[in-house]
Structure formats: structure tokens, C-alpha cells
Design a protein around this ligand. Structure first.
Ligand SMILES: Nc1ncnc2c1ncn2[C@@H]1O[C@H](COP(=O)(O)OP(=O)(O)OP(=O)(O)O)[C@@H](O)[C@H]1O
Length: 432
């Protein structure tokens, strides 16, 4: 008897999670800690920081320099499509350069020593203070609440990160992109590299080679890592294992990346608006920097925001993608029941921002703590009817209005990101 592919995928995921959990546990219990060798360097796995569907995030320490990183390990058991999906996340990290967006230090694709597939490693800066969900959890435990000003500061920084995505501009003619949506799944187009700054002009301001991950000698001539800062012709090409064997689907892919990079190098400076949506915005995906700055992360579901839905099968595909990649309690109503004849757009993130601000204020999403069926039936109903209520609180009326303005069922009734930032500023001004 053959099992359906979705069930096989889940079983594979479970198998790898168990292996990784065992690895993580053994690194805690055993005297000698787990080590991993990537790009010619050895890293000590200090502890597990978090886990997701197919990934684990570890605190890793470079044995050579002593520097610590967050190392995200994504298992790709079923070959290239999973690798491609993971690489979309890498590309998105490289694409949006903004002080409130996490930057990738390096990445590598290696053969999985424990299985048939590959493993994608992402090296990210370590955020020891955790994420906004951790801060919410601490509030619950301590019976405390964010002061309004602090909460709005976190919220505004998050909005500024989202603005960089919604206002993203690409050189004209280079905006074809495989992670625009899975409608293009069969297309092999790759994202163009070295794109210019977004309209806020932040794009390259924190370009700092020192922040880059240190590389062993020999990397310069075609090594095996995948640099995050996107400089020159090094535009995301070398995806090699330690042994130098190409892991990520070969020549055709490389040709295309080089062609895209060349096209970009030659571009005249004219750009066009290509809004992207994060699509999984929630407090757990906003880290807090040592200085208390909100840092948006987890770009696994990021895609081009505007998707025309011309027929039922496109609608169902978008519904499936949203169900797989975004969190129900923060998911916009138009993604629960995608209608034919509409265009999905970046307003999906505005809804999630509304849920996020609500959660910062009241410690849970407006659509959590609802009695559900196993399929999340009544959450969907509550979301699609915007059925929620703000609890009594000492927060200002301005803040409450701001939350309500974003939680409108009709995306057209929601403010855009610029209006959200303006309204946030007004509430902040009234507090001072
Ligand atoms: N740079 C970092 N510094 C510290 N902790 C991190 C970092 N990146 C991730 N984490 C921790 O790991 C957890 C999982 O990370 P991430 O959200 O990237 O994984 P994911 O597989 O995409 O998860 P999800 O299922 O939520 O999409 C985070 O919630 C956070 O606690």
C-alpha cells in the first residue's frame, strides 16, 4: 500500500526531528559536546535555541574564533525542491537589507551524513534576548504588561522592516523570481542578485564586511559557502559540499544566476516597485537585539505580495501554501478562503501586524484562546468575521483604534504600511 505524499512528507519530517532532537539531547547530556564541520571550520553546538517544522536552530560557537552564532539547520530529505525552498529563505535574507531585518552571515548546503538528502545551514547573528513571543510569555508569567511606549517602539520597528519589503524596488526587467509564489514552482528562474536599495535608503547602510562570516583560505576561488551580503559576482553561486561536490542543482541553475547577475550589473538604475509580503508575521518571528531593537526574521514564507487569482486551482494552491507556511492565529482572512478573481497583496501582513500589536498588548492573538475543532474550524470563522474583542485595559484609545484599523476583513479597508507607521507616530506623540 502506498502512502499519500503529504503523509510521507510528515513522516520524513518526524524522522528527522527525532534524529535532531536526539542529537540536541546528546549534546546536552554527554560530556563532549556535539560538533559540526562546515566550510572548513568546526563549530561546537552549545545548545538548542528553537525548532520549527523541518529545522532546528542551535547556538553554535566557532572553535577557531570563539564567536557565537545562531545556526539554523534545515533538513531537506526529499532532494532539490526542499533545498530550493530553503534557498528561497537564504535569498530573502540577502534581498532585504534593513536595520530591522535579520541579516544572514553565511550559508552552506551539505550532503546529509545521516540520510539521503541535504542539509542547508544558515548562520545568523545570535539574539540572546529571544523574540517578542518570549517577552510576551515573560509578561504572562510575571503578571506584567508592556508599557505602551515600549510596545509601540517594538511595533514601529517591525513596521519599518515590513515597509522595506512592501516598498521593495527591483531593477526593471529583473523581477522574475521563483519565490514570488509557488505558482512558479516549475519555473527555474532565480532571484536577481545585488539589487539596489529600497526606497528608505537603508539597503546598504549597514553593509559591513567585518560582520561577514570569516572564511578559511581558498574560499575566494569558488569555495563552498554561500555568502550573505551579496557582493560582486559572488551572487549566491557556490553551493558546494565540503568536498567540493556541487549539491544544488548544477550547471543550468548556475548559468541562470550568472545571467541574472550580469543583467543586474548592466542595469541602468531604473527600478520598479515589486512589493514582497512576509506572510508569517507574528511575535515569535521578531527577535530583540541586545540594544532592544526589533529584528524581523524567518523569511521561509516570504513571497512577491501581489498574486492574481484567476481560477479555482490557483485559489486552492494559495490556500494550501498559507495553511502550510503561516500561523492560523495571525493569518489574514483572505488566505483562509481565497476567492477567484481577486489579487492577494501585501495587506495580508497588515492583518498580521494588527494581531501582533494585539498580542503585545494583551498577551495573545485576538484569535487564540478560541474553542476549535481539530481543523481549527472556529478560529477560521472568528478570523473571517473579525470576531474579537479588546479586553479592558489602561492603553490609550489611539492604540486601540490602531489595532482595530488593521483588523478589517476587507483588505482594502486596512491601512497600508505607511499609514500604519503614521498612525503609530501619532499615538506615540500623544503619549509624550
Ligand atoms: N538568530 C537567532 N538568535 C537566537 N534565537 C534564534 C535565532 N533564530 C531563531 N532563533 C530561535 O529559533 C526559533 C525557530 O527559528 P525560526 O522561526 O527561524 O525557525 P522555523 O523553522 O522557521 O520556525 P517556524 O516553524 O516558526 O516557522 C525562534 O523562535 C527562536 O527562538
Amino acid at each position: 500500500m502506498s502512502l499519500p505524499p503529504s503523509l510521507l512528507h510528515t513522516l520524513e519530517s518526524l524522522k528527522f526531528q527525532v534524529k535532531d532532537a536526539f542529537w540536541a539531547l546528546s549534546s546536552c547530556i554527554c560530556q563532549e559536546s556535539a560538533k559540526v564541520k562546515i566550510n572548513g571550520r568546526t563549530f561546537k553546538i552549545v545548545k538548542v535555541l528553537g525548532e520549527g517544522g523541518f529545522s532546528f536552530v542551535y547556538l553554535a560557537q566557532d572553535e577557531h574564533s570563539g564567536r557565537q552564532f545562531a545556526l539554523k539547520k534545515i533538513r531537506c530529505p526529499s532532494g532539490n525542491d526542499d533545498v530550493r525552498q530553503a534557498m528561497r529563505e537564504v535569498e530573502a535574507y540577502r534581498r532585504f537589507k534593513h536595520p530591522n531585518i535579520i541579516r544572514i552571515l553565511d550559508s552552506a548546503v551539505v550532503q546529509d551524513p545521516a540520510g539521503d538528502g541535504q542539509v542547508v545551514y544558515l548562520f545568523l547573528p545570535l539574539y540572546r534576548r529571544g523574540n517578542l513571543q518570549d517577552a510576551i510569555n515573560a509578561n504572562v508569567i510575571n503578571g506584567s504588561q508592556f508599557p505602551e511606549r515600549e510596545m509601540l517602539r517594538y511595533f514601529k520597528g517591525t513596521c519599518e522592516a515590513i515597509r522595506a519589503m512592501h516598498d521593495y524596488r527591483a531593477p526593471i526587467g529583473t523581477s522574475t523570481d521563483p519565490f514570488s509564489s509557488r505558482q512558479n514552482r516549475s519555473s527555474n528562474a532565480r532571484p536577481a542578485a545585488n539589487l539596489p536599495p529600497g526606497p528608505q535608503g537603508h539597503a546598504n547602510e549597514d553593509e559591513d564586511e567585518d560582520e561577514m562570516f570569516p572564511h578559511p583560505e581558498g574560499d575566494a576561488d569558488g569555495g563552498y559557502s554561500y555568502h550573505g551580503s551579496g557582493g560582486g559576482s559572488n551572487s549566491g553561486i557556490p553551493l558546494m559540499s565540503r568536498e567540493g561536490e556541487t549539491i544544488y542543482d548544477g550547471d543550468e541553475e548556475l548559468d541562470r544566476i550568472q545571467r541574472d547577475a550580469a543583467k543586474n550589473d548592466a542595469h541602468t538604475g531604473e527600478t520598479e516597485l515589486v512589493p514582497y509580503a512576509h506572510r508569517d508575521l507574528k511575535p515569535g518571528n521578531v527577535m530583540i537585539s541586545d540594544e532592544g531593537k526589533p529584528i524581523l526574521m524567518d523569511f521561509g514564507s516570504c513571497m512577491k505580495a501581489r498574486i492574481a487569482i484567476d481560477n479555482r486551482s490557483q485559489a486552492l494552491l494559495q490556500q494550501d501554501i498559507a495553511a502550510e507556511q503561516s500561523t492560523m492565529a495571525y493569518r489574514a482572512p483572505e488566505l483562509f478562503d481565497v476567492k477567484t478573481g481577486v489579487t492577494l497583496d501585501e495587506k495580508v501582513d497588515i492583518w498580521s501586524l494588527g494581531c501582533t500589536l494585539f498580542a503585545l498588548a494583551y498577551s495573545h492573538s485576538p484569535f487564540e484562546n478560541i474553542q476549535t475543532t481539530e481543523q481549527g474550524g472556529s478560529i477560521a470563522m472568528a478570523v473571517m468575521n473579525a470576531r474579537y474583542k479588546q479586553p479592558n485595559s489602561a492603553y490609550s484609545q489611539g492604540l486601540k483604534n490602531l489595532i482595530d484599523s488593521m483588523l478589517k476583513v476587507d483588505p482594502k479597508q486596512r491601512p497600508d504600511i505607511h499609514q500604519v507607521i503614521e498612525m503609530t507616530d501619532k499615538v506615540l506623540q500623544r503619549l509624550s
